[in-house]
Structure formats: structure tokens, C-alpha cells
Design a protein around this ligand. Structure first.
Ligand SMILES: Cc1cc2nc3c(=O)[nH]c(=O)nc-3n(C[C@H](O)[C@H](O)[C@H](O)COP(=O)(O)OP(=O)(O)OC[C@H]3O[C@@H](n4cnc5c(N)ncnc54)[C@H](O)[C@@H]3O)c2cc1C
Length: 397
């Protein structure tokens, strides 16, 4: 049988290829860029994702360059009051009771290296899917690359892991239902050591302040801060280094030396396909669903899609299950994305965008009560660590 074709060598395409290889299924992965991803994107790996990476033999390398984060918090900037969540409460639920703070680009680097050394994976960097057509037997994909003449490949199943602006989705004319949130988030990377200037900071902090909201996420050698334009500011004004430094000075007064490494504005979408399988074409990751980064579930959820989908594809290719296994994948993962990922990240975003002091204070007390009650904390952390979603997936038939 011809190899499975995967479009996109982001985290989702790469993990699908590695998992399929482990299950004995050959793939061709087409990535339009010539080099692995290098942008500032996901920074948190949740426990079940680390377990999957461990099964693929790539967790140790990522852990060795990341920050094991056992606690994370919601916090009030001016008073330092906080609800501190301790992943020790889920230490019997996972081998990895921590969030790993590491960059998506590091995962892509490690996974690309592993894929390149894998005989079951034909990773073609710099190869662009231009068009495709499917019939009852196969998908035919038209590909171009600078290094050779345009060509067509034939595959029994094509995995669309081609990201948020999926070309496959637009060729098929599929509705990507949902909304774009009104605010623009400004992601700032700086070497400034916030932890040396703020008492009791964790590596992951969601912060309310009198003047708005921000998050502070620590990665090896760098802090990432999510900021928002002031009410009277345009985006162009807000992304100027002077404006960013003024905002950072509100967080840490009397400092001037913030050494800005990167300033990146972006809009946040909450969108999802109403199903993921369309004949022999099947969607995973950002191509299938987009959500607020608040809570760090996008890439993690995409990797969970890749894991589930690989098992279904293996069943079809090796154990003669019917193609309708792809519908089971869709039923399982679309539902979990909708009910767990989109819903929880939307809640996280609303919580942090709330500017009303009284309801913030009430929410902080509620979160503190949860964090300090072991059973409640465990339930909360099973959800925020995406363990609950994976358990619910198994119950969908
Ligand atoms: C600022 C920010 C912070 C984030 N933080 C987190 C976080 O902490 N935790 C988390 O879980 N998620 C986070 N996310 C989300 C995460 O980055 C995405 O969910 C993740 O990148 C999705 O992976 P993917 O493989 O589906 O898509 P992508 O990473 O977008 O990869 C798609 C790949 O397909 C390739 N491609 C596209 N079209 C074609 C074509 N026609 N032919 C060949 N190749 C093609 C692209 O070049 C790309 O490499 C964050 C996102 C942003 C923007």
C-alpha cells in the first residue's frame, strides 16, 4: 500500500508521522518550508503530552532543555495575592506531574531530527501541496518544490495538518465556524529576570492588575509576557518598544533595562470544523480547531489528535478496519476540542479579560479555595492538564 501522506511538519504532522512509524505505517510528510519551525509559539507541554512524547522516545531531550513547572498561579499584581496550583495533586494520575515549559520550535527540531532518521518516514522539506482530488480509492496530491519538477502522489489517506490557515480546508470550501476575539495580544520576549523582582512568582502566571491583565511565562533563559494595548492606543503605537517598556515598567517599576528580544502582535480565534473526516482526507491540529492560547491547549490538543488519529489509521491500513474509523476519530476528537479545549480556553480568556474588581476578587477566592482543597484541586488540575479530556475521548464510541 502507498504511504499515508501528511501535509505539514508542524508539531501535529511530525507527531502523527512518528507515531504511525512506531505502529509500522509508512508516511510521506510534505512541508512547504525548507527548515523546521522557528517562531515563538507554544511554550507549555501538559503531562499527557509528555507521556506521548516519552512513548516516542523524545521526551527526555525536551525535558532536559525545558523547565519542569510543578506550580502555576493566578495572581493579583498589586497585592501579590494568589491561587497557587500544585501539580503534586495529580501525581498518581500521571508519570509527569508538571507542566514542561519549553518552546514548540524545540519540539519541532527534535521531532524533525527523529523523523529524518526514520526509514518509515519520507520527510520532504520545501515541498508544497498545491491541490488535490479524491475518489473512492485514493487521494491524488499535486506537489511543487524548488528542487524538482512538479509531481503528483497517490495515497489512501491524506492528513491535513497544515495549520490554522489550512489550504486543504479552503480547497474543500469548508466552513471554519467560530469567532475572532476583539483584542489583539502582544507577545513580548525579554531576558529580564522577573522572578528576581517579584516575590513568589511561578514559571506560569496569569495576572490581574489595576490597569488590565497580563501573563508571565518563563522559558529557559527568557520570559514571555502577553500584554494588551491601552484603551486609547492603536496597535501600531502599542507595539513600539517605548510603549512595551512603559507597560513593563508598570509591572516592575524603576527598571529600564528590559532587553526586548521580540514583539509579536496577534489576533486570537476560536474556530472549529463541524467534523474532521471527509472521505479519505482527515484534519488534525490547528487545521481542525483554533482556540485562545490561555491555558496552553492548542498544540497539546493537536498532538492528542495526532495520537488518536494514528491509531485509527493503523487500524485501517494494517488490520483492515473500514475507512469509517476516521469518523470515530472525528467524533472523539471534535467533541473533546469543542467541550474541553475551546470551552476551557474561552473560560480562561474571559477570566483574565474581566476588568470588574469585585468579580475578580470573588473569582480569586473561589480559585484559592479550589487550590487549597486536595480533591477539588485534583479535579481542577485533571481538567487544566488535559487528562480529563483524554479520558472522556475513550468513552465516545
Ligand atoms: C503566541 C502563541 C502561543 C501559543 N501557546 C501555546 C501553548 O502554550 N500551548 C499550546 O498547546 N499551544 C499554544 N499555541 C498554539 C500552537 O502554536 C498551535 O496549536 C500549533 O502550532 C498547532 O500545530 P499544527 O502542527 O497543527 O500547525 P502548525 O504549527 O501551524 O504547522 C502547520 C505546518 O503546515 C505547513 N503547511 C501549511 N500549508 C502547507 C502546504 N500547502 N504544503 C505543505 N506544508 C504546508 C506550515 O508551513 C506549517 O509548518 C500558541 C500559539 C500562539 C500563536
Amino acid at each position: 500500500m502507498n504511504p499515508i501522506v501528511i501535509i505539514g511538519a508542524g508539531p501535529v504532522g511530525l507527531i502523527a508521522a512518528l507515531r504511525l512509524s512506531q505502529l509500522g505505517v509508512r508516511t510521506i510528510v510534505l512541508e512547504k518550508n525548507k527548515t523546521p519551525q522557528s517562531e515563538l509559539r507554544a511554550s507549555t507541554f501538559h503531562p499527557p503530552t509528555i507521556e506521548m512524547l516519552d512513548e516516542l522516545g523524545i521526551a527526555d531531550e525536551l525535558i532536559s532543555i525545558g523547565l519542569k513547572t510543578k506550580h502555576w498561579q493566578f495572581r493579583v499584581h498589586e497585592t501579590g495575592e494568589r491561587a497557587l496550583f500544585d501539580l503534586g495533586h495529580i501525581s498518581t494520575d500521571t508519570r509527569y506531574p508538571f507542566r514542561l515549559q519549553a518552546e514548540q520550535k524545540e519540539l519541532c527540531r527534535i521531532a524533525t531530527k527523529k523523523a529524518e532518521a526514520d526509514n518509515n518516514i519520507d520527510l520532504r522539506m520545501g515541498h508544497h501541496l498545491n491541490d488535490f482530488a479524491q475518489n473512492k480509492e485514493r487521494v491524488k496530491a499535486d506537489v511543487s518544490s524548488e528542487s524538482q519538477a512538479d509531481y503528483t502522489i497517490s495515497t489512501p489517506i491524506m492528513v491535513a495538518a497544515d495549520g490554522g490557515s489550512s489550504k486543504i480546508r479552503s480547497i474543500m470550501g469548508l466552513d471554519f465556524l467560530g469567532l475572532t476575539y476583539p483584542e489583539t495580544t502582544i507577545l513580548v520576549a525579554t531576558k529580564f529576570p522577573f522572578h528576581e523582582h517579584t516575590e513568589g512568582l511561578s514559571n506560569v502566571n496569569y495576572v490581574w492588575s489595576n490597569w488590565g491583565t497580563f501573563s508571565l511565562l518563563r522559558l529557559p533563559n527568557v520570559w514571555r509576557c502577553s500584554l494588551y494595548p491601552d484603551v486609547e492606543e492603536t496597535i501600531d503605537e502599542a507595539i513600539k518598544p517605548e510603549s512595551i517598556i512603559n507597560k513593563l515598567k508598570r509591572i516592575i517599576p524603576n527598571q529600564t533595562d528590559f532587553k526586548l528580544l521580540e514583539i509579536r502582535p496577534y489576533k486570537i480565534h476560536q474556530r472549529i470544523l463541524d467534523k474532521y473526516d471527509y472521505g479519505r482526507v482527515v484534519f488534525a491540529g490547528d487545521a481542525a480547531h483554533l482556540n485562545s492560547p490561555s491555558g496552553g491547549m492548542g498544540m497539546n490538543g493537536g498532538i492528542h489528535d495526532a495520537w488518536n488519529l494514528s491509531d485509527k489509521i493503523c487500524g485501517i491500513v494494517k488490520d483492515n478496519y473500514p475507512l469509517s474509523r476516521l469518523s470515530l476519530y472525528s467524533r472523539q476528537r471534535q467533541k473533546i476540542a469543542q467541550d474541553e479545549i475551546l470551552k476551557n480556553t474561552d473560560k480562561n480568556r474571559s477570566r483574565m479579560q474581566n476588568r470588574d474588581k469585585k468579580s475578580r476578587a470573588k473569582e480569586l477566592i473561589r480559585l484559592q479555595n479550589i487550590a487549597s482543597t486536595p480533591d477539588e484541586a485534583r479535579k481542577f488540575l485533571l481538567r487544566s492538564s488535559m487528562i480529563e479530556g483524554l479520558k472522556k475521548t475513550e468513552q465516545i464510541t
